[in-house]
Design a protein around this ligand. Structure first.
Ligand code: ADP
Ligand code: MG
Ligand code: MG
Length: 251
């Protein structure tokens, strides 16, 4: 069954229509890449799906496991399993990373009618993920994302994502600002999360990331909608030819 279905979605920012009839279905177990020129509206799409404020949905639907999420706030969508990572990870002053992670995990467990996570179980999980993602204790002790470098923020967000075990992960330009080593760490973290009951939407401007997180499908986003879909080879074609053909078509 489809995990996420976006049906003829229209959305505006400041009264300007950015998403113009976008449709996309992602099944559990699949990784879809969304590629497109800067300013096309890729981040707008991720914000709309995650339920961030300041975006107006003017038409269409987004279904999570067959259920329309239009009336759900961003935090409810997060609890339901939608995770939006990257591009500009937020700093949360005064909230320790450990406290933040535990609260987020417990919010999800409560929503599923489960009890809070045992402190020892939490620590064991945290240690394992820290090791996987090369995150020192010193980083964990700081407030969420405070004073992190770009690469540290992305590693920290990958940690959040892998501890929260979301059903649907949106990665918005994970690769921007990452050197090759950090890109490998983050990609390995994402790849370790790939599973038959989880779906991913990987948004990127460049093909490079898709050498590390190899998608099942690639979509070209231009003019507010998906104008072409294919397999991973489409990303290579785009790298070679650029987006001009599609932006002209869309205009
Ligand atoms: P992309 O992620 O593909 O580079 P964005 O979604 O960031 O594109 O932007 C799409 C368009 O929407 C751009 O024209 C941008 O200026 C506009 N836009 C995005 N977010 C906002 C906002 N919060 N306020 C005003 N305009 C915005
Ligand atoms: Mg942008
Ligand atoms: Mg963007």
């Amino acid at each position: 069954a489809p995990l996420i279905e976006i049906k003829d979605l229209h959305a505006s920012v400041d009264g300007k229509e950015i998403i113009k009839g976008l449709s996309l279905t992602i099944n559990a177990g699949e990784v879809h890449a969304l590629m497109g020129p800067n300013g096309a509206g890729k981040s707008t799409l991720s914000a709309v799906v995650a339920g961030r404020e300041g975006y107006e949905v003017t038409g269409g639907q987004v279904l999570l496991n067959g259920k329309d999420i239009a009336d759900m706030e961003a935090d409810e969508r997060a609890v339901a399993g939608i995770f939006l990572a990257f591009q500009y990870p937020v700093e949360i002053p005064g909230v320790g990373t450990t406290t933040f992670l535990k609260a987020a995990i417990n919010a999800r467990r409560r929503a599923r009618g489960e009890g809070e996570i045992e402190p020892m179980e939490f620590l064991k999980l945290l240690r394992a993920k820290q090791k996987e993602l090369d995150i020192p204790d010193e980083m964990i002790k700081r407030p969420v994302n405070m004073g992190y470098s770009g690469g540290e923020k992305k590693r920290a967000e990958t940690l959040q994502m892998s501890m929260l075990e979301p059903a649907f992960c949106i990665l918005d330009e994970t690769d921007s600002g990452l050197d090759i080593d950090a890109l490998k760490v983050v990609s390995d973290g994402v790849n370790a999360m790939r599973s038959p009951d989880r779906g991913f939407l990987v948004i990127t401007h460049y093909q490079r990331l898709l050498n590390y997180i190899v998608p099942d499908y690639v979509h070209v986003f231009a003019g507010g909608r998906i104008v072409k879909s294919g397999g991973k080879e489409l990303a290579l074609e785009l790298e070679e030819k650029g987006y001009a053909e599609f932006t002209e078509q869309a205009a």
